[in-house]
Write a protein that binds this ligand. Structure first.
Ligand code: ZN
Length: 422
């Protein structure tokens, strides 16, 4: 069961090379499970006992399942659809000495740069065309090995192993073809999207790592793949959301874009997307503003985003006492400065939940002399004021294009999410 869940997750990640593909694939799974798609533009007619979802920008999605009696508050889980990567800029081709064509890219999010070198990459995202008088986004994934970012040989940089610095504009532009490839990149994108090159008005295109995910190690203990942060949580909490009964609480599943760049966008956790959605559900069910606030006061939000495992070659980077391990179950994340929104009340709720679900849990805090990262929980709860906690699954190499996690942990997250929603 552990390996089976992880293999399903790897299939999902492979089909989801960009945030737009994540949302499309989640939407397809929801529709297959009987959820009704709602457009933000339309008037909503929500029924008790119904299952619905809506999307914003094609890169964020909120699904909800209303119990027959409307439910006593809601149980929300939020993860993110984006991962650090390189975005392809406007007019992307750069010719090099009548010899090569490379592409102009910039950073999206804070990634480890070194592991992007010397491996097959491709491009995915969306293009926007005008169709029947309307601007329409089309997902694109060039499903073949298309670029490599080549390293500079050790002979040309003897300092390469002594603390290398990377300049994206100079060092990290992907090689696309020899000179005969000039002026073909946007044609390739248009052909893949099934549109005319001249019909493409704009694009959001990103590089992604083509190395396939795999399960490995003695006893197959580990899984490595692109985008485990945060598709491991996005996938496993979706599985938990789709399973089990929804009788007590309205169950809400969110996968939100732009966490890696601070969430402050129209569709990110700092937007009013969750507020708008839940307000509309409340109104459509005949609730007043007071009913909305009372419902939130009985609700809970879990922010599910991966956590750092103790590193085998850098064990001193972890807190001396709180030391998450891969395959050790749900990681409850704490930060005194509230970069994580866990507090004693919400942590107690989570520990109680894990016991009920019969899932192991562990705790993460930063070393007191390290700043650590942040996530979407504390941002989301400034817009939708519910009690909340931060959790994740333990992993290594966070923000590398090939990350490593435990083979058991996705299954634990499915079980915990299912129990939570019930
Ligand atoms: Zn993350």
């Amino acid at each position: 069961m552990f390996e089976q869940t992880t293999r399903q997750m790897l299939d999902f990640i492979e089909k989801s090379p960009s945030c737009f593909h994540v949302v499309k694939n989640v939407a397809d799974m929801l529709e297959a499970a009987g959820f009704i798609r709602l457009s933000e533009e339309d008037r909503w007619d929500i029924r008790k006992g119904g299952k619905y979802f809506t999307t914003r920008n094609g890169s964020s999605l909120i699904a909800f399942n209303i119990p027959a009696d409307g439910g006593n508050g809601c149980r929300i889980i939020a993860s993110h659809s984006d991962s650090p990567c390189f975005k392809i800029k406007e007019n992307p081709e750069i010719a090099v000495e009548n010899c090569y064509v490379k592409l102009n890219v910039e950073k999206y999010g804070g990634m480890l740069c070194a592991p992007w070198f010397d491996r097959p990459l491709s491009v995915a995202g969306r293009v926007v065309v005008k169709e029947d008088g309307r601007l329409t986004a089309k997902p694109v994934n060039v499903d073949r090995d298309l670029f490599v970012i080549p390293s500079l040989a050790i002979h040309m940089n003897r300092e390469a192993n002594n603390g290398q610095q990377y300049n994206v504009q100079k060092d990290l532009l992907p090689l696309y073809g020899d000179f005969s490839a000039k002026d073909t990149f946007m044609t390739l994108i248009a052909d893949t999207a099934g549109v005319g090159k001249e019909d493409i008005l704009a694009h959001d295109l990103y590089l992604y790592n083509r190395v396939r995910g795999c399960i490995w190690g003695a006893d197959n203990a580990f899984v490595s793949s692109a985008r485990l942060d945060d598709l491991q949580c996005a996938f496993s909490t979706l599985q938990g959301f789709l399973q089990g009964s929804k009788e007590k609480y309205a169950a809400v599943y969110c996968v939100l874009d732009n966490e890696e760049v601070g969430s402050e966008t129209r569709q990110g956790a700092a937007s009013a997307f969750l507020y708008d959605t839940w307000m509309r559900v409340n109104e459509s069910l005949g609730g007043s503003y007071e009913d909305y606030v009372r419902s939130l006061s009985k609700s809970f939000l879990i922010s599910a985003d991966n956590a750092h495992a103790v590193h085998p070659n850098a064990a001193d980077k972890a807190d001396p006492v709180n030391r998450p391990q891969m395959n050790g179950g749900i990681v409850i994340k704490y930060s005194a400065n509230q970069k994580y929104c866990t507090d004693a009340m919400s942590a107690a709720f989570l520990k109680d939940l894990c016991r009920k679900a019969e899932v192991p849990y562990q705790t993460f805090t930063n070393r007191s002399d390290m700043q650590g990262g942040s996530t979407l929980g504390n941002i989301a709860t400034t817009k939708v004021t519910v009690r909340a906690a931060d959790i994740g699954l333990a992993q290594l190499a966070m923000h590398s294009p090939y990350e490593t996690a435990g083979v058991k942990d996705a299954y634990y997250m499915v079980k915990a999410a299912k129990t939570y929603y019930e």
